[in-house]
Design a protein. Structure first.
Length: 396
């Protein structure tokens, strides 16, 4: 099975923020006296799609077929990272962290499940510590982080005793600290936590959720709630059109996208008794046409910003260089949309088996398919083969 070479470029970041009208208690200052990047309605154009070969936004696009063997079989890609030309993929079904080459060849697993030295009982997220060149697996059952070298050699385990970490959904290494996003749950109410990359202790917590369940349930309303670019941490806050950056303990408005609708007022959740029912609040706001549902997902490159709401497939693409924006009303794989990973100017999406089957059916009906896709899916068996990584090299 041949794989195409990988070069990654990323699309989309120019997001920003303003009035956050949520019922949060403030634990940190929100400094509103700052320059704000604003995209007004007359700067945003509605378009139907951004195809994978659209030269206005994308320099090139490469399809990477992940090698499929008994050892490399993937069920559900939960998280994805790249480092020095390799793909690090955590598969939720097999509970394994797998490493693939830039061309999709399977290389090896990181660690293995078990209760012995150098083994993990479970994984719910991982980070790559680029400075110390190690991989850190967060094990919620052992309340520990297991550290491995980049080639998979076990280094050590560090216990942190934080049950709360089991609710973390996404993390990014940022020098001496790790920024983490947590789902909504009953035991804590913080959206973001800053932990030490040395001993994994909590350093700071900020941005409390405007909803907090009273029962022992959990709910993850965001897939890509933050981005880390050019040394800055940018993030969303539930039910808000404002995107913030977190700097020296202060939350600073960073980007505002005028959606044409007002933010959710403070009284909205209280009057409807939704503050203790996150899922109900989430769906009611989505279906209320009077207000903007805000943004739950963002992604950024040097030039572009992507922003959308998790339950709405439409998204904003903002071009900071040209000071223009686009509201993309539909997409069809492998068109541009919210990616699985944005890494510098690299954007990577997962093209799953269902999407590829859709193309195969179109070809069987006589519809012309782009050569790059036709070659890729020739002989592809959706019931067996691994997903495909769609790697965009975005304009800079």
């Amino acid at each position: 099975m041949k794989h195409k070479n990988l070069k990654i470029a990323i699309a989309a970041v120019a997001c920003i923020v303003i009035n956050i009208l949520t019922s949060c208690k403030e634990s940190t200052q929100r400094n509103v006296n700052t320059d704000l990047l604003v995209f007004k309605r007359d700067q945003i154009k509605e378009i139907d799609r951004i195809s994978f070969d659209d030269a206005e936004f994308i320099d090139s696009c490469v399809f990477v077929l992940l090698e499929t063997t008994e050892l490399s079989l993937i069920g559900d890609i939960t998280s994805l990272e790249t480092f020095e030309g390799k793909f690090y993929i955590f598969d939720r079904q097999t509970k394994k962290l797998k490493v693939f080459s830039s061309t999709g060849d399977f290389l090896y697993d990181i660690g293995r499940k078990g209760n012995g030295p150098g083994e993990y009982l479970g994984i719910h997220l991982f980070i790559i510590n680029s400075k110390e060149r190690k991989i850190c697996l967060f094990d919620p059952l052992k309340l520990a982080v297991h550290e491995y070298s980049l080639d998979g050699k076990f280094l050590q385990s560090k216990e942190h005793y934080q049950v709360y970490y089991a609710h973390m959904q996404k993390a990014v290494y940022a020098g001496d600290v790790i920024y983490c996003y947590s789902s909504i749950h009953w035991s804590e109410n913080w959206t973001y936590t800053v932990i030490s990359s040395k001993d994994y202790s909590i350093k700071e917590q900020f941005c409390p959720y405007p909803v907090h369940p009273i029962e022992q349930v959990g709910f993850s309303p965001m897939d890509h709630p933050f981005s880390y670019i050019n040394g800055e941490f940018h993030y969303t806050s539930l039910f808000s059109d404002t995107i913030y950056k977190y700097e020296n303990g202060i939350e600073i408005p960073y980007l505002l996208i005028e959606t044409g609708k007002p933010n959710i007022p403070l009284s909205y959740l209280k009057n409807r008794e939704l503050a203790d029912d996150p899922y109900k609040a989430y769906t009611e706001i989505l279906n209320d046409s009077k207000y903007s549902e805000g943004f739950t997902d963002i992604g950024e490159t040097d030039r572009f910003v992507l922003a959308n709401f998790k339950m709405n497939p439409f998204f904003y693409l903002l071009d900071k260089k040209e000071n223009t924006g686009y509201y993309v009303k539909s997409f069809f794989p492998p068109d541009l949309g919210m990616p699985k990973l944005i890494d510098g100017n690299k954007l990577i999406k997962i093209w799953d088996q269902d999407a590829i089957m859709g193309f195969q059916r179109e070809i069987e009906r006589g519809k012309k398919c782009p050569d790059a896709i036709a070659t890729l899916i020739e002989g592809y068996d959706p019931s067996y083969h691994n997903p495909v990584l769609v790697v965009y090299y975005m304009k800079q």
